[in-house]
Design a protein around this ligand. Structure first.
Ligand SMILES: [Ca+2]
Length: 297
């Protein structure tokens, strides 16, 4: 337990910018792509529109509803409690990309718009064999620009968490409370990300909500956002703090230094919007037709 606490404390003291940046050193340019795992979903996926899945609106309990084994120690770092207290939120029905945006899709965007490619692409092109891997080394602004080009937007933090949970209530992970395995998530690696949708989909049919790459969401980050969340109107379609330095990242990534706790549906990370890391990508969302817009800022 103490070892766990020390690790968690170190990870936090290190700071998210630091540990988001750290994998850059681990990600060798010569890293070989992982072979795409076989599609493990047996239930046919129900699409709302090509590549997108409807996330039913309604209320759910947001946040971490269980204790970490050592969090009752007085010295436990406060930022680790940023996903508490839990509370109900209500979001409208929306559409979510089934998968993280891939290199292949991002390359179309780069070629059609002249937008800057990720800095590790050589001569503006991703490595052969990596078309189906999630794009990484993209800033929050790159992600926003890509989604806008697609007629979409980033999901809000509350939307992302609802999508992660699917129909499950107050569970740790997209699949329930069982600890992650190789079949469920791509994590604990040194080589890099893997082709999207190679692991078991969640109940809604969404891929890689835990692991593969961290995902930018729309909201600004504040450590005390959930604790400050007291006004009744905050419950309805929350969109995060009005301002901030950092943007939220969700879902954990492939990198070995990032433990299971980062892959829970409640875990909140953050980075400067300009940060680009081999562990960080994104997916887009969209208002459902005829439903009140979710994010306008
Ligand atoms: Ca992910």
């Amino acid at each position: 337990m103490v070892r766990f606490a020390l690790f968690a404390a170190l990870a936090l003291l290190w700071g998210p910018g630091a540990w988001a940046a750290d994998p850059k050193e681990a990600a060798s340019q010569n890293a070989k792509p992982q072979a795409a795992a076989a599609e493990s979903s047996e239930t046919p996926v129900k699409y709302a529109e090509p590549g997108m899945i409807e996330v039913p609106g309604g209320d759910y309990v947001r946040g971490r509803s269980y204790d970490w084994p050592d969090m009752r120690f007085k010295w436990y770092p406060n930022p680790a409690k940023d996903d508490t207290p839990i509370g109900p939120v209500v979001i409208p029905t929306f559409h979510m990309d089934e998968a993280e945006v891939t290199n292949g899709k991002y390359a179309e965007f780069v070629s059609q718009t002249g937008h800057r490619p990720p800095f590790h692409w050589i001569a503006g092109k991703f490595n052969e064999g990596e078309a189906e891997q999630p794009v990484a080394n993209v800033s929050w602004d790159d992600a926003v620009a890509y989604c806008a080009w697609q007629g979409k937007r980033l999901p809000t933090e509350a939307e992302w968490e609802k999508a992660c949970r699917g129909g499950l209530e107050q569970k740790k992970y997209p699949w329930g409370d069982a600890e992650p395995t190789e079949d469920l998530a791509h994590y604990g690696k040194t080589e890099g990300p893997t082709a999207v949708c190679g692991k078991k989909r969640n109940e809604l049919g969404l891929c890689d909500m835990a692991g593969n790459v961290w995902e930018w969401v729309q909201d600004y980050y504040s450590t005390t956002y959930y604790a400050d969340f007291t006004a009744p109107e905050d419950v309805e379609n929350p969109r995060g703090p009005k301002e901030g330095l950092y943007r939220v990242l969700r879902g954990g990534g492939w990198f070995a230094g990032q433990s299971e706790l980062f892959m829970t549906c409640s875990y909140r990370s953050w980075a400067l919007p300009a940060e680009r890391s081999p562990t960080m990508g994104f997916r887009c969302a969209k208002d459902a037709p005829g439903v009140m817009p979710a994010a306008s800022k």
